[in-house]
Design a binder for this molecule. Structure first.
Ligand code: ADP
Ligand code: MG
Length: 323
């Protein structure tokens, strides 16, 4: 039988990588972080609940990856450099196989992004994973939701919709070939946080506002528009569909690029004179970037097709209490 403390020691406490920002890691009542002088801390939490954010019985290694990835995605959307994270874990039982897989997936992405596990809490209960991430950035550089300006262009990183398409296949809403599902499913289980792009946008002063798309573009962009007190016109046919969604019909392409979910791509706004610099930033971090519309003074979100004709899509984003 694994005790709570054996569990922490065996699966979550590791030799210290010696990151400059961590003075004290796991094992005391608090961890101690030393921020770089003159920099600000960016902090965010995201919780994953079994049956709500992932299927019961989901692969532990992929879950470890996704739990941290969705948090790193919030740092990316702010333009922050990840430094550390805490892990609060409720587990129905202490199963070695599950813990080994989960911690392997978690530490693989943590190491890839130089983000150290510095503490947490472990309890028995329905499987719930709550991570808080810490990052840092220079004052005035954060990509805030309230910073979009009239005349800005709206950009999307990567591609949209393949995660939602994979979910649709699991729900038997859509039929995918095994090859298509094998291509789309990692977008749902193993999202890639766009940390390098977010940092280039923030540190280069290239973008004004940004957020990460987790609940569908239409709802998430709405947060930027409301916070910035502006509107936008977007070309539904310019939205970059994932490679599998791109092979589907136009109605489904529009539905899942506009109002999919679990994309973890960045949506950001930037003045037109930064166009070339943004394309360069995308190339520099091997992350495609696509211009999809403009910010207007008129409040609300308007959709057009590739010929500029107005579209009424009748779609909305995901909301945990009303969807
Ligand atoms: P407390 O009693 O103060 O809540 P705990 O006994 O729960 O402390 O935890 C002991 C140490 O282990 C603390 O440093 C805590 O941050 C760390 N810890 C607990 N659970 C985890 C976890 N799941 N991952 C990483 N560190 C953890
Ligand atoms: Mg505790």
């Amino acid at each position: 039988m694994l005790s709570e403390f054996d569990l922490i020691k065996q699966y979550f406490q590791r030799p210290r990588p010696g990151h400059a920002s961590t003075v004290l890691g796991i094992g005391d009542d608090c961890a101690l972080l030393q921020p770089t002088p003159g920099r600000q801390m960016a902090i965010s939490s995201d919780m994953l609940v079994e049956g709500r954010h992932f299927f019961a019985g989901a692969d532990a290694r992929m879950l470890g990856h996704k739990s941290l990835a969705v948090n790193l995605s919030d740092l990316a959307a702010m333009g922050a450099r990840p430094t550390a994270f805490t892990l609060a874990l409720a587990l129905p039982e202490a199963k070695r196989d599950w813990l080994a897989g989960f911690s392997a997936g978690l530490f693989a992405i943590a190491d890839a992004f130089g983000c150290e596990l510095i503490g947490g809490d472990t309890t028995k209960g329905p499987l719930t994973i709550c991570i808080t991430v810490f990052g840092e950035l220079s004052p005035g550089q954060a990509l805030r939701r309230a910073a979009a300006q009239v005349g800005d262009e709206v950009w999307i990183s990567g591609t949209l919709g393949d995660a939602r398409l994979a979910l649709g296949a699991y729900w038997h809403e859509q039929t995918l070939t095994p090859e298509q599902l094998a291509l789309a499913a990692p977008r749902m289980h193993m999202p890639t946080p766009r940390v390098a792009l977010g940092r280039l946008l923030a540190e280069g002063g290239l973008a004004h506002a940004a957020l990460d798309i987790s609940d569908g573009l239409i709802g998430d962009l709405g947060h930027i528009l409301a916070a910035s007190n502006v509107g936008a016109t977007l070309d539904a046919d310019a939205l970059p569909a994932g490679p599998v969604l791109a092979t589907q019909d136009q109605a489904l392409r529009r539905r899942f690029t506009v109002a999919g979910g679990d994309d973890y791509e960045l949506c950001f706004t930037a003045p037109p004179h930064q166009r070339q610099a943004i394309l360069q930033a995308g190339l520099a971090c091997a992350t495609p970037v696509t211009r999809v519309g403009t910010i207007d003074a008129l409040p609300g979100l308007r959709w057009v097709d590739s010929a500029g004709r107005a579209l009424d899509l009748g779609l909305r984003g995901w909301d945990h209490f009303t969807s």
